[in-house]
Design a protein around this ligand. Structure first.
Ligand code: TEU
Length: 567
């Protein structure tokens, strides 16, 4: 072991360190396809996507070439936060179907060689969960300590910030027992008390229940917030809630709870586990996923995607963030690569250009990026079609609690609601939640009933059917790029090296493994752009490009992406 470490240390350019066979894992080689079940396919005409709908599209999912499907929560839920408020962890949401449908879906995926990742939401439950109903019923109820309560005779509890609360206040007064309960998210999402061993046991039993059914992985939702400092200190006003993550995330003993989860559940199955929100810094992320710690597998860090909203955003900053994350994970740990999901805007609207002229080409450029980086790509459904933000004009069109309560909050402080609406148009979560665009027929082929959320009017041109028929569509480009990744292990395990690092227009990098070298060049602008490299691209082989006439020149057309094998 020491010899290997020494070898890696003295030979930093040697790719041996990254090919160490013990480090190879199926979940590192996988492409994860995220399906938002509410919006994918409605089989029964109630306007809400469901499991039978997904089952009817299994061959399509298979045709994409993805290896893993992650579904947002499908458990019983009153849907205050679209399933992230769970009222029964061992049942299926009635709008989505039944446990039989779930079993059929899982089998259908497995029959096609696709694995399945379950969303596990255990920072909080729904207030309609039996545990909470019991908990709030009396101070002496055996379930009282399943949640965090503050008795009102002690005065007002120290302020805690809530992301979805209309007043941004995470303490909700409940007159029934004259006490406040804690909810970091909505008022209908009370936080579970992880200090209580009984809570941990319930969660581990529940995870074992799903693992025994055969699920292949778990995404731990917002788990970084699971532990609270229950001495309830007052946080400094100048810093809190502005930097709430610093105070809410990774409170000890979170790692010992994760180790307990590992021993009681994860170690028994060949499952992949995702740490959504990977803590406050690189060290936290490593502590969550480094294999020798026996906790989780993949860090799903927000830094790169969140960089888009900083006032001084630039592609240069974004690529520096990706590069920094890569370098600190170069020899240990493993990252998820993503630029979109159900909590964010559409990929092409946010990081590309969704105008008719550049939508396709910039969407393909971003697909090239996501599938050639080092880390497991998490690709969000609909992005393979180049679906775009819907940009609602009226707050009434939104269904997302974050948008609706955010609007009320701005109103309550006499803030600028038009500014908030503009912000929602760009970043509101409903932008990525509009129904999947299957074809040009009524409701975009999503289902026969009125969809729960409006369909993007561009479905007549942007839809799976049309793209299926076009060999140059975003959809077919996605399939091709997945195959490229599959056929080139260098794109999975190869070392990542940034090229022309201060170039503000072009993101260029190499991937290198066992003497094979791939160069990826991506123009992130709508102008022609060039880049510098000493690599001899003249002799290289073009493996992929989003233009039909890619060349060996260092001049790139708008949003051009080229992948070369350097000879
Ligand atoms: O998101 C939680 C989460 O981690 C973010 O809200 C995060 O705190 C924020 O981006 C900080 O930058 C998960 C789900 O993905 C989301 O859909 C749910 O609404 C939320 O948990 C509550 O369950």
């Amino acid at each position: 072991m020491l010899a290997i470490l020494f070898f890696c240390f003295v030979s930093s350019t040697n790719s041996f360190c990254q090919t160490n066979p013990v480090d190879q894992k199926w979940w590192k080689e996988a492409v994860v396809y995220q399906i938002y079940p509410r919006s994918f396919k409605d089989s029964d005409g109630d306007g809400i996507g469901d499991l039978k709908g997904i089952i009817s599209k299994l061959d399509y999912i298979k045709s994409l070439g993805v290896d893993v499907v992650w579904l947002n929560p499908i458990y019983s839920s009153p849907n205050d936060d679209n399933g992230y408020d769970i009222s029964d962890y061992r049942n299926i949401m009635k709008e989505f179907g039944t446990m039989n449908d779930f079993d059929e879906l899982l089998k259908g995926l497995h029959d096609r060689g696709i694995k399945f990742v379950m969303d596990v939401v255990v920072n909080h439950s729904s207030d309609e969960h039996e545990w909470f109903k019991q908990s709030r019923s009396s101070r002496t109820n055996p379930y009282r300590n399943y949640y965090h309560w503050w008795n009102a005779e002690k005065g007002t509890p120290p302020y805690r910030f809530s992301q979805f609360d209309v007043n941004h206040n995470a303490w909700k007064y409940d007159s029934l027992t004259n006490a406040y309960y804690l909810h970091y998210f909505s008022v209908k999402q009370p936080d579970l008390n992880w200090e209580n061993p009984q809570v941990r046991k319930e969660v581990f039993d529940m995870m074992n229940f799903w693992a025994k059914k055969g699920v292949d992985g778990f995404r731990l939702d917002a788990f970084q917030f699971a532990c609270k400092d229950t001495t309830w200190p007052v946080f400094p006003k100048e810093d809190y809630p502005k930097n709430f993550i610093k105070y809410h995330a990774m409170v000890e003993p979170i790692h010992s709870y994760l180790k307990e989860m590992y021993d009681n559940v994860l170690s028994k199955y060949d499952v992949m586990t995702v740490a959504e929100g990977a803590g406050r810094n690189f060290q936290d992320a490593h502590d969550l996923v480094d294999a020798d710690r026996r906790e989780l597998n993949l860090a799903y860090a927000f830094d790169p995607i969140d960089s888009r909203w900083s006032k001084d955003y630039s592609m240069l900053k974004m690529k520096n963030i990706f590069s920094r994350w890569d370098s600190v994970f170069a020899n240990k740990g493993w990252l998820s690569i993503f630029l979109a999901n159900h909590d964010n805007a559409r990929l092409v609207s946010r990081f590309g250009n969704d105008s008719p002229e550049y939508r396709e080409v910039s969407s393909k450029m971003l697909t090239t990026f996501l599938l050639t980086m080092r880390g497991t790509p998490f690709y969000y459904n609909g992005d393979e079609l180049g679906m775009t933000n819907i940009r609602f004009n009226n707050i009434e069109d939104y269904k997302d609690i974050a948008a609706l309560n955010g609007f009320k909050y701005v109103q309550s402080i006499n803030g600028d609601t038009s500014k908030f609406m503009a912000f929602l148009k760009e970043s509101g979560r409903d932008n990525s939640r509009t129904p999947y665009q299957w074809n040009a027929s009524v409701n975009a082929g999503f289902g026969s009933g009125k969809p729960w959320l409006a369909i993007n009017p561009n479905y007549k041109t942007i839809n799976a059917d049309a793209e299926e028929k076009d060999p140059n569509s975003c959809l077919n480009y996605f399939r091709k790029t997945i195959q490229l990744r599959k056929n080139n292990k260098v794109l999975v395990y190869g070392r990542y090296n940034l090229i022309d690092k201060n170039n503000p227009e072009v993101y260029a990098y190499t991937r290198e493994l066992n003497g094979k070298k791939i160069l990826v060049v991506l123009n992130f602008t709508k102008e022609n752009a060039s880049y510098k490299t000493d690599l001899d691209i003249g002799k290289s082989k073009i493996l992929l490009s989003n233009y039909s006439n890619a060349s060996h020149s260092k001049q790139l057309k708008p949003y051009e992406a080229v992948v070369y094998e350097i000879k």
